[in-house]
Ligand binder design. Sequence first.
Ligand SMILES: NC(=O)c1ccc[n+]([C@@H]2O[C@H](COP(=O)([O-])OP(=O)(O)OC[C@H]3O[C@@H](n4cnc5c(N)ncnc54)[C@H](OP(=O)(O)O)[C@@H]3O)[C@@H](O)[C@H]2O)c1
Ligand SMILES: *[C@@H]1O[C@H](CO)[C@@H](O)[C@H](O)[C@H]1NC(C)=O
Ligand SMILES: *[C@@H]1O[C@H](CO)[C@@H](O)[C@H](O)[C@H]1NC(C)=O
Ligand SMILES: *[C@@H]1O[C@H](CO)[C@@H](O)[C@H](O)[C@H]1NC(C)=O
Length: 342
Amino acid sequence: MKISISLLQLAVVGVWSQGPAAQIPISPNTILTPTEPLNLDSIPLLGFGTWNLDRSNATEAVSAAIQAGYRHIDCAAAYKNQDLVGKGIADGLAKTGLKREDLWITSKLWNDHHGPKNVEPAIDTALADLNLTHLDLYHMHWPVATSSFTGANKIEYLATWAAMSELVHKGKTRHIGVSNFSPHQLQTVLNATTHPPAVHQMELHPYLPQRDWLAWHAEHGIHVTAYSPFAGTNPTYAPGEPPQLLHNKVLESIGARRDCTPAQVALAWGLRRGTSVLPKSSHAARIAENFGAVRCELTDEDVGRVDDLAEYHHRFNNPGKAWGVDLYEGLEDSRGKHRDHE
Ligand SMILES: NC(=O)c1ccc[n+]([C@@H]2O[C@H](COP(=O)([O-])OP(=O)(O)OC[C@H]3O[C@@H](n4cnc5c(N)ncnc54)[C@H](OP(=O)(O)O)[C@@H]3O)[C@@H](O)[C@H]2O)c1
Ligand SMILES: *[C@@H]1O[C@H](CO)[C@@H](O)[C@H](O)[C@H]1NC(C)=O
Ligand SMILES: *[C@@H]1O[C@H](CO)[C@@H](O)[C@H](O)[C@H]1NC(C)=O
Ligand SMILES: *[C@@H]1O[C@H](CO)[C@@H](O)[C@H](O)[C@H]1NC(C)=O
């Protein structure tokens, strides 16, 4: 155990010394070992995803993640498992001897709780389910409000954002962020608020790198978190083209050369771009394998080869059609189609 921790510390220094510097207001000061406390504003770049965790052992999976070294857990009301995740957090803390402040816990406001009166009750429910007194980050999950009376959806985010800002003043979350916003929507928020989003969580992987959009966030001091880092591997996404990312020949050949698995190469590529990455797995061995991405060092040439997979431009997560709203306007594949098929 001691050996693996010290190896990890070395690896972390090695990886982060090459990483991009500017991530204001949240620094890339990633601390992944049980011995060091998190700085109040450091988001650990390697996080654990909790959507679709097997319900029979979601608690064990979250606890296993904390024991494997993850210090960042990504939750949401929409995943309907925050009670199970909360038990896993408590168990992981008990088994590692870590404290709440050693972890970064994110949750998200679901579309059915937009609007000034609904936001605080929503975070209160999240906190009760997770068994926490405060979050580190609370995202607006989508710029979409669903009416609890009619079930109808509409684009709405400004009034909800104002209510989320109040949560910071009340000490219920340390940071607030958005998710799945278009450039116009995010600029509209920035124009209207004195409390800009600290983090934007969006779909990012080698098949959807969104390079210009990522650069825009760096210029505006907004940290970016990459969801679905394994592209179409999530079984709720439609199968087919492009080929399964974890069986992609480029990732396999880089992995073989660097002594990493394809999953580690995909995550290491995301870390090298300065994004936080959120792999999800229900399996202890994969949870540990994915955390090993911090030891996977890519060369600039490797990164360039993964960058070339951008030609697929494939977005997997676009519920806009089902919800009857237009999402991702102005972004790569705003209609969620494979570029070749347009
Ligand atoms: N803000 C948003 O709107 C949004 C949207 C999507 C996702 N997210 C967040 O991002 C997280 C990750 O995204 P995701 O859940 O869509 O998918 P993902 O993490 O990209 O992929 C998960 C899939 O990969 C498999 N897997 C994991 N590690 C593996 C490995 N080493 N080798 C082979 N297969 C492996 C998992 O299988 P097993 O579990 O069976 O091992 C699962 O089927 C979510 O859990 C959630 O926290 C946010
Ligand atoms: C959860 O259950 C699945 C299915 O039985 C199993 O394959 C997996 O290893 C379990 N994961 C954990 C973390 O216990
Ligand atoms: C809630 O958290 C506290 C403090 O970590 C812990 O002692 C308690 O067991 C947790 N409750 C549940 C139901 O997990
Ligand atoms: C934001 O404000 C700038 C400066 O006033 C203005 O030029 C721009 O059109 C605004 N953008 C949006 C989306 O409101």
